[in-house]
Design a binder for this molecule. Structure first.
Ligand code: ATP
Length: 371
């Protein structure tokens, strides 16, 4: 399928204020042409408002929206080469699947719609459902009709506002892969709003994590997960252990830290904190931490960061076992150990040593609120 992709979507200083409340603070953001881009954040962070400003459904208080070189800020929604898929599907209940998808073509006066609608139904794998009415379809199928209907006029950008929010978890996961496949096939820019970090990580090439009307961090899912730059991002995408520490010098490419009495190291390249003196939070993901009984402490390899602690709780969560450890410097430290038999020596009350490869840790400003 060929489509005019129309260039990057560029938001330049756009903001939205309702009375005295600022829903979106001035925002500069570029969505690369042809990418699957996610706006991710908790309820009320401003992601839908941002999407609606791209659609033209909301007028920005300041700033402009550009599609390629074209400034569309003043254009009404129907004059923008953009279409939106909503969580509610908004299908026409009295029209069958074929006519729902054909609607945009017929409205433009296209006479021969059969071929284009057929291609679009094939794309969303609903070729056999053309004559069904929406109420005869599952939620996932209805959502695919909504996507086909939104794509039929070849928009340059497809906006998706929590499109999978009404589906159960299993179907949502299937549809995540489906949407990704469809986006790859049509090659147009998708901007997807979600509060579900797994959804954003699964589908998007790039994710903008929003908080309080601002973008906290923008990047590829793996970069955001491995190198979060704020405590909000560290905790919103998965779980992070954040160990309060202080900078205590340098050694080669490493920063030396102290957490209580424990000496720790952090590769300089993985320090997201602004300063390299004073307090810092050392972050480490639970699945990057190893755990041994205190009696096996001698087995911990050199060059590892280590902390002593006591097991507070353990729980088996399928592919991994979760341990919660209280250490003198960090209460409630989480450790996930995958695919191994539970060690009967690591029971609540047991003294343990936690250790990790410093290359997997990251540093964050200590002055931030920890959510
Ligand atoms: P959700 O996932 O719940 O939709 P969101 O991140 O998409 O949340 P927005 O819908 O963009 O958030 O709303 C951002 C903030 O702006 C919220 O606090 C919301 O109450 C406020 N807001 C949105 N629309 C209006 C409006 N028309 N008038 C006043 N405040 C509004």
């Amino acid at each position: 399928m060929t489509t005019d992709r129309g260039g990057d979507v560029r938001l330049s200083g756009i903001s939205k204020t309702y009375g005295t409340f600022t829903a979106v603070h001035p925002l500069d953001l570029t969505v690369p042409e042809g990418s699957f881009f996610a706006l991710l954040g908790a309820s009320g962070c401003g992601k839908t408002t941002t999407l609606r400003m791209i659609a033209g459904l909301e007028e920005p208080t300041t700033g402009s929206v550009l599609l390629g070189e074209r400034d569309v800020t003043g254009l009404p929604p129907y004059k923008r080469p953009v279409n939106t898929v909503f969580q509610s599907y908004a299908l026409f209940p009295h029209l069958d699947v074929f006519e729902n998808v054909a609607f945009g073509l017929r409205r433009r006066g296209v006479k021969s719609v059969r071929g284009q609608v057929g291609d679009m139904l094939d794309l969303v794998e609903l070729g056999d459902f053309a004559r069904r009415k929406p109420h005869q379809l599952s939620g996932g199928q209805q959502q695919r009709v909504a996507v086909a209907r939104a794509l039929i006029n070849h928009p340059q950008v497809l906006l998706l506002d929590e499109p999978l929010g009404a589906l159960d978890l299993k179907l949502r996961r299937q549809m995540q892969l489906e949407l990704k496949r469809i986006q790859t096939e049509v090659g147009i820019t998708f901007v997807h709003v979600t509060h579900d970090q797994e959804e954003a990580m699964t589908m998007a090439d790039q994710v903008a994590v929003m908080n309080g009307g601002r973008v906290e961090q923008l990047g590829a899912p793996t970069d955001l997960y491995e190198t979060p730059r704020t405590t909000f991002v560290a905790n919103f995408l998965g779980t992070s252990n954040l160990v309060p520490a202080r900078f205590d010098g340098r050694s080669g490419d490493d920063l030396l830290l102290r957490a209580g009495d424990a000496p720790l190291t952090l590769p300089t390249a993985r320090n997201g904190a602004a300063a390299t003196t004073g307090p810092v939070l050392l972050g480490i993901r639970p699945e990057k931490v190893s755990l041994v009984p205190a009696t096996d402490a001698a087995s911990v390899p050199d060059g590892r960061n280590r902390l002593t602690g006591t097991v507070r709780a353990t729980s088996f969560i399928g592919v991994s076992t979760q341990y919660v450890i209280d250490s003198p410097v960090c209460a409630g430290f989480e450790v996930y150990v995958q695919n191994v038999e539970r060690d009967t020596r690591l029971v609540p009350g047991a003294d343990v040593v936690l250790h990790w490869n410093p290359a997997h840790s990251f540093g964050l400003d200590a002055a931030q609120d920890i959510d």
